[in-house]
Design a protein around this ligand. Sequence first.
Ligand code: NAD
Length: 246
Amino acid sequence: MKDRVAIVTGAARGIGAATAQVLAQKGAKVAVTDIDVELLEQVVATIKQAGGEATAFLCDVSRPEQTDQLVNDVVATYGKVDILVNNAGICPRIPVDEMTEEMFDRMFNINLKPVFFLTRAAANVMKPYKWGRVVNISSTGGRIGAVHNSTVYSGTKGGMLAMTKSLARHYAPYNILINAIAPGAVDTRMFANVAAEARDEYVETVPLRRFAQPIEIAQSIVHLCSEETTWVTGATLDVNGGVVMV
Ligand SMILES: NC(=O)c1ccc[n+]([C@@H]2O[C@H](COP(=O)([O-])OP(=O)(O)OC[C@H]3O[C@@H](n4cnc5c(N)ncnc54)[C@H](O)[C@@H]3O)[C@@H](O)[C@H]2O)c1
């Protein structure tokens, strides 16, 4: 991935941080972006200590003016954008009867809005090069519906899958490949807000009988961003220990 420039959103921790690290190990210059500036700087320091190249960019992905600015800033720093990983997301566990309109909008704004607006901004930079890779991080919730009080979250993640296919068709003439990954439960802060009993019950349903580590999702994301992936677009890759087979 030498000479490739990648943007990873939600890269301060969890799956995003692991993805940024693997991309950098493979030689990409990585724009790590999040709303948590302190942790971002730690991720950049870790990448640089390992001999990689990365820069931190503060960006709230729910704000299209900020995601447009992010793309401009990355182009000013590294000259172009080849790879985008739409990873930032939130999953507050809210029962159906307690969901508010405000939280509904917040979840769609953070989880789904950048899949359109940030992808469009990045793709406009990729187009002249006739090369681009976009990976959208969905969820098993987007495949089969909600578990653990995540009905609205599952709606955002299902929307990501439909938008992945639509954008993949739209940008295919420019050789910009757009795919989605649907992880099952991963051992990050996001699943830490599920009760221990429910976590144990969930693991019983997973054929591989455990949670994933962030690096195991990152490896699949990076595969879809790589030079080797040339004939896959509009697809969803299930990376879930076998819990969903569709
Ligand atoms: N952990 C899981 O079990 C799991 C399963 C399926 C899918 N996913 C998806 O994987 C992705 C990464 O999740 P994770 O488990 O690493 O979660 P995480 O909570 O560890 O990390 C999410 C990151 O997104 C950032 N973020 C939140 N709102 C933001 C905003 N408005 N702008 C920019 N950044 C923002 C957070 O600061 C955080 O660093 C998410 O899209 C999530 O939905 C996670």
